[in-house]
Design a protein around this ligand. Structure first.
Ligand code: SAH
Length: 460
């Protein structure tokens, strides 16, 4: 008996090898299994697989293990098409076929709601995916560095600062790949120095290429550590000659020691300062730094789900909380009496105003502030919204906002979430007064572990 107990308690140690069955997929795309009742995360392992793995980290509540060998392979396992999939931190599900990715994302939402909202059978629909889940990103944002004296550009490895050179990227729109590769070549040919993070010398930090899917217009932004770029005239000429599809070239200066890509100052080097993009009936002018959803095709599906959930008749006052540049609010404006957005970042609200004007949405207004402060303040002044849409960052809703929602009691809450755990916790709290009607996952980032969803809650 004693021996048995001892074995049960024995802790897992680093370097230990084990064979375990993978039960589900974690929020970062890792396989989850159990060993001596402890949760073990195994990157690259798939649900249903039996794997042999070596412990790399042992904590009180969980362990992490490196996949050594797949003993029993899942039928969903595929060969990742990307040659640098193993190193690059961009994707994490390319080793799983697409249908299984969609099913796993639905499962992650269901599990979260079971765990945090204590719902046995949450009404979660199958994930809405893409017919062609490749070439979907409209923006490439690649760090620049040096490798063996050669200029490279790409993304960092997961959890490290090791840059992975990307000659191509299958989730990127081809137009952005061409711009990045050509810019890289020209910068190297002209001998323009690359920024060195450690020494804090050099010029070019990041190459950002963006394409408007609806119009084909493209824009290049070079983020530099210095205000001057050596041989800038030749640089512009070369870029324009080799990339005639560009409508504008911009420079953004970021001289800070920071992981943020953009600095405060943006200068137009040539051409137009923005590109024209369309989403459904709406049109947008995107300046170099303006936020825009990265997967336009899926964004339309996401917003249409919001519209369906909101079920507007034209009489409603709709609040669009965490509105960013106002896209959800503007999507709903033609079907509502009035839309009011709240967003923390003043520049985004300026963009939202411009977008409202551009689309002649005279019934939409956008306000700078914290949702959890401004909404209760409006409520005190007598504002009674019929529908409240929330689209918070990964951290979910502030407690003060949840209290305010429970107090104001809009007939419907439509919750757009990029994090199933915080969604489920917030739904659990809102269920005091609200009934969970539907949850619709939408795959915004195929081959990554991101899970987005649209949830409808109605007042009991
Ligand atoms: N709804 C937008 C973007 C949502 S992203 C779209 O579909 O494009 C989340 C946004 O919430 C960000 O723009 C962020 O700046 C904003 N935000 C973060 N905390 C906030 C808060 N407490 N109150 C209002 N906005 C906030």
């Amino acid at each position: 008996m004693t021996t048995y107990k001892k074995e049960q308690d024995a802790s897992i140690r680093v370097g230990q090898q084990m064979t375990l069955t993978i039960k589900s997929l974690g929020i970062n795309g890792e396989g989850i299994g159990y060993f001596k009742r402890k949760i073990v995360f195994v990157e690259g392992a798939l649900p249903g697989e039996v794997v042999h793995a070596e412990v790399t980290e042992a904590r009180e509540k969980y362990a992490t293990a490196r996949l050594l060998r797949v003993v029993e392979k899942s039928a969903s396992r595929t060969n990742p098409p990307c040659p640098v999939y193993a190193e690059c931190g961009g994707c994490s599900l390319q080793h799983m076929d697409y249908a299984a990715q969609l099913a796993s994302k639905q499962e992650i939402v269901i599990e979260s709601l079971r765990k945090y909202a204590r719902l046995n059978q949450p009404p979660v629909s199958p994930t809405i995916g893409m017919d062609n889940p490749w070439s979907y990103r409209n923006k490439a944002q690649f760090q620049v560095g040096k490798e063996n004296g050669k200029l490279i550009a790409g993304l960092y490895q997961t959890g490290s600062h090791q840059l992975v050179n990307l000659e191509g990227c299958q989730v990127q729109h081809e137009a952005t790949t061409k711009i990045v590769q050509t810019a890289k070549q020209i910068i190297e040919e002209l001998g323009i120095p690359v920024y060195d993070e450690k020494k804090r010398t050099g010029v070019i930090r990041t190459i950002v290429a963006r394409v408007a899917f609806a119009t084909g217009e493209t824009q290049l932004t070079l983020v530099t550590a210095t205000p001057e770029i050596p041989r800038v005239k030749e640089l512009i000429l070369e870029l324009r000659t080799k990339l005639p599809e560009l409508v504008g070239i911009a420079q953004n200066v970021n001289n800070q020691k920071t992981s943020l890509v953009f600095g405060d100052k943006t200068i137009s080097l040539w051409g137009k300062a923005s590109i024209a993009e369309k989403l459904g009936e709406l049109s947008f002018d995107l300046s170099a730094r303006a936020f825009f959803q990265l997967n336009p095709e899926q964004t339309q599906k996401l917003y249409n789900q919001v519209k369906t959930a909101a079920g507007l008749t034209g009489k409603e006052l709709v609040l669009d909380l965490y509105c960013g540049t106002g896209t959800i609010g503007l999507w709903l404006a033609p079907y509502a009496r009035e839309v009011r957005g709240i967003e923390l970042i003043p520049e985004a609200v300026e963009d939202a105003h411009r977008n409202a004007q551009r689309n002649q949405a005279s019934n939409a207004s956008f306000h700078v502030g914290r949702a959890e402060v401004l909404m209760p303040k409006w409520a005190k002044q007598g504002t009674r919204p019929d529908v409240v849409v929330v689209d918070p960052p990964r951290t979910g809703l502030d407690d003060a906002l949840i209290r305010s929602l429970l107090d104001v009691q809009p007939k419907k809450i439509v919750y757009v979430s990029c994090n199933p755990s915080t969604l489920a916790k917030d739904v659990g709290k809102l269920m005091q007064r609200y009934e969970l009607k539907s949850v619709q996952p939408v795959d915004m980032f195929p081959h990554t572990a991101h899970v987005e969803s649209v949830t409808l809650l109605t007042l009991k």
